[in-house]
Write a protein that binds this ligand. Structure first.
Ligand code: SF4
Length: 375
């Protein structure tokens, strides 16, 4: 772990040589050091624009102007016996969220069609709980086969802890990717959850990888961790060679143990996204839960380091209207990655529905909830 002095001296060097020089080194294969990572998070606000510009040089190299859209469906809500402190669905949360068991095939197909008509390329099926039952996995496997056949969407499942057999069933059904977040550093994990361990999480990632599934693994920033924790996760994700990194910013919800935590600023959130880009240059990085409430009017700048966002709502909180996201992407001169063939056809067919849906201005959900974050 870097000392403050080391990070300060690296900071002074970077101020001299510039963030662009560091971006060039990264593009030449340099692996970000802990000191450089901490310097990014400590970057003075007056250097934020040069930092964003340097991050954009890396993003542009690997992803050009493309933006990938993801659409989330909360397939099972609440009723969870785990105690993740950030989560409105946990057993220790009093947040008045909607609670329901695993959705029917019809409801999940409906969500998939909405994902396609929202120009999302990936449909994320998320279920609350420590892990799915074999019956849940069987049900989801059947649904995924049908979604693949009808829409050809990429499918990411976030179902909690998995065993080998379950991962294999999901892979065979056509699931492309598993989301299972580290959430925070190993050191800080026990401060935010006591019912499962950091190693439980790593084990599920191994199980998914062995089954041939891609990995979507991220974190939640703003839970009381320090800069070193955030840097540690950024560097660990590089080692794990994950395909996609959702960077969540805590949307603290009344009724959860973290309800009083509101310590993020838009500029710190942007620096975090830059850190992840420098540490994981060629990996898809998504501005995930808490984007609207934490980055606020500066959201569009997050697209310089990041190349992906969720469109529409999160698990238990509303996102901004899809139309505003489309406008933000277009205004920035970026392009949404075109949907797969079948999804594009559906979009044409339901063009009017899409327009109507996206023009609905989402309201902040009064039930709260921040488990767009993880399972
Ligand atoms: S994050 Fe997932 S496992 Fe943790 S409390 Fe929420 S629903 Fe349960």
């Amino acid at each position: 772990m870097a000392t403050t002095t080391q990070a300060d001296s690296t900071q002074a060097n970077l101020a001299q040589t510039g963030w662009n020089e560091l971006a060039k080194k990264v593009l030449d294969g340099h692996i970000l050091t802990v000191e450089e990572g901490e310097s990014i998070l400590q970057c003075p606000d007056s250097e934020l624009l040069p930092l964003l510009d340097a991050s954009y040089q890396i993003r542009k190299h690997y992803f050009g102007k493309q933006v990938q859209l993801y659409y989330l469906k909360n397939a099972k809500s609440g009723l969870c016996a785990e105690d993740c402190h950030y989560c409105s669905q946990s057993k220790i949360s009093d947040a008045p969220i909607e609670k329901y068991s695993l959705l029917s095939e019809e409801k999940l197909m409906e969500g998939a069609r909405k994902a396609a008509s929202s120009q999302a390329r990936t449909y994320c099926i998320v279920s609350s709980g420590r892990g799915p039952s074999d019956k849940d996995v069987e049900h989801l496997a059947g649904v995924v086969k049908n979604i693949k056949q009808e829409l050809g969407l990429h499918i990411c499942c976030c179902l909690g802890l998995l065993n080998n057999e379950q991962a294999t069933v999901l892979k065979k059904a056509g699931v492309d990717r598993i989301n299972h977040n580290l959430n925070t550093s190993r050191r800080f994990h026990e401060e935010i959850c006591t019912t499962h361990t950091f190693d439980d999480r790593l084990n599920t990632l191994n199980v998914a990888k062995e089954a041939g599934l891609e990995l979507c693994v991220g974190l939640i920033v703003g839970m009381g961790e320090n800069n070193a924790d955030v840097v540690e996760v950024a560097l660990q994700l590089r080692q794990l060679e994950v395909e996609s990194i959702p960077v969540n910013f805590l949307n603290s919800v009344d009724g959860t143990p973290l309800e009083k935590l509101e310590n993020l600023t838009p500029s710190y959130c942007l620096k975090t996204l830059c850190l992840f880009r420098f540490a994981n240059p060629s990996t898809e990085i998504r501005i995930a839960g808490g984007r609207e409430v934490n980055i606020r009017s500066m959201q569009c700048m997050g697209l310089y380091p990041a190349n992906s966002i969720f469109v529409s709502d999160y698990l238990t909180t509303r996102g901004q209207a899809a139309q505003l996201d489309f406008e933000m992407i277009e205004d920035m001169g970026f392009e949404i990655v075109s949907s797969d063939h079948e999804a594009a056809k559906l979009l044409q067919k339901h063009g009017m529905d899409k327009l109507n849906n996206s023009l609905e201005i989402s309201e902040q959900c009064n039930t709260g909830g921040s488990c767009g974050n993880s399972c």
